[in-house]
Design a protein around this ligand. Structure first.
Ligand SMILES: [Ca+2]
Length: 123
């Protein structure tokens, strides 16, 4: 976690980078889409989705081979933020930046105790 300014956010925000390891190389990771579902209030309902996808497909409908990170409000579908993402050619890592406040005033509380159990689909 970095200061919000690292990604162009405010000093009160925090910059996050979600790292995905596919454990297998891809010539270009933009042929896939990577979705990180975020429940930021712990109610079991997804609030935001950080999406790793081809920048060109999202903006123009045509692949350009450049990975980007899009933060989307799950309730409205609104695009909140977008960043260039790092996904080296012939690699297995994708780094998706996002601001922790997700367009809202940032607040931070102590981490909740780890809850064991099976992960379930949010939908
Ligand atoms: Ca939620």
């Amino acid at each position: 976690m970095l200061p919000g300014a690292a990604l162009g956010g405010t000093d009160t925000d925090r910059s996050l980078v979600f790292v995905i390891n596919t454990y297998g190389r891809a010539t270009n990771q933009t042929v896939n889409e990577f979705d990180i579902l975020i429940d930021n209030n712990g109610d079991g309902v997804v609030d935001f989705v950080v999406v790793g996808a081809d920048l060109g497909v999202v903006l123009t409908g045509s692949f350009n081979g450049q990975m980007a990170s899009f933060t989307i409000d799950a309730a409205t579908g609104a695009l909140i933020d977008a960043f260039f993402a790092d996904a080296p050619m012939n690699g297995s890592l994708i780094e998706l930046p996002a601001l922790a406040a997700f367009g809202r005033p940032f607040s931070f509380s102590a981490p909740q105790p780890f809850r064991s159990g099976r992960l379930t689909s949010p939908g």
